[in-house]
Design a protein around this ligand. Sequence first.
Ligand code: MRU
Length: 349
Amino acid sequence: MIKTIIWKNNTVVLIDQNALPLAERYVACKSYKEVISCIKDLTVRGAPAIGVAAAMGAALGALRLPSGTPEKFRKNFFAICEEIAKARPTARNLFWALERMKKVIDPKNKETQSSLVKELINEAGRICSEDIEINRQMGKYGSPLFTDGDNVLTHCNAGALATAGYGTALGVIRAARAQGKRLHIYVDETRPVLQGARLTAWELKKEKIPFTLITDNMAGFLMQQKKIDKIIVGADRIAANGDAANKIGTYSLAVLEGAHGIPFYIAAPLSTIDVSLKTGASIPIEERKNEEVTGFKGVRSAPIGTKVYNPAFDVTPARFITEIITEKGILKKPFRLSIARAYKGEKNS
Ligand code: MRU
């Protein structure tokens, strides 16, 4: 299995997603600041993977703190978490993971600094291993939605690389394939950073899952030609009403899906759902640098001085989403109710 992120000899080792698919190489972060720059520059990306990286980065920060009073240690650790929280704004998992890490340093916890650090490292490790298990659960619940012979469209990369391993949307595809269902995947290239062409195509090729790469603007034509049976994507943040932020271009697919009557599934862990936001209108949308749009990997394609708008995510209104696949089952409409039930630990389906 692809190891997106591991804790090794007190370093955080990440597969370099900017180098893929041309080179498979790893980056070893020795400080939390290095982890922050890897999150910012997309060496590690994808909502659950960002969450795991944030947790491990926080543990790394704690490990390197000088010994001091419990109050000072707690204050410094919280400051590190705050700094990591600024790395990227949209993926809910980043903030969820940091909240979980902060809970370890409860003021009532009177342990020594070195045992608190050990607990933090263990908690980050748990966040990582639980993520793989959660993805497998999503695969279990989501795979029955797919039938032998389906042509499935996916956008961006919601695979092993976007998580600690296995994947959300691609995890469901993996699980369906493991049940012997022959699926063919249409992979949206995903402008401007090409997570589809570079990362999803790399993962599917590695797993020998048949796929065809298309540019994002081809999806509508394929739907019109009845070449797509189902759409499955991941999510970066889902509001309490089911509105879902995902990679820019997802909303366009959802509108097209609505017009063509194609089922549109989102696969995401509960840690991606932000029940504090009533609707998707309050989800913060990251804007990234102009160079991602004016060229690719340093090769310019637009005239110097071209004005650019580069939102990295868009929000798909809940009405376009057929069902949300989580580790606790399939969430059906009305999502406000099914999400609330899942949060209370009640079974959905
Ligand atoms: O900018 P990225 O590459 O971090 O965006 C990633 C996505 O939008 C994914 O689709 C999303 O995080 C779901 S991943 C399981």
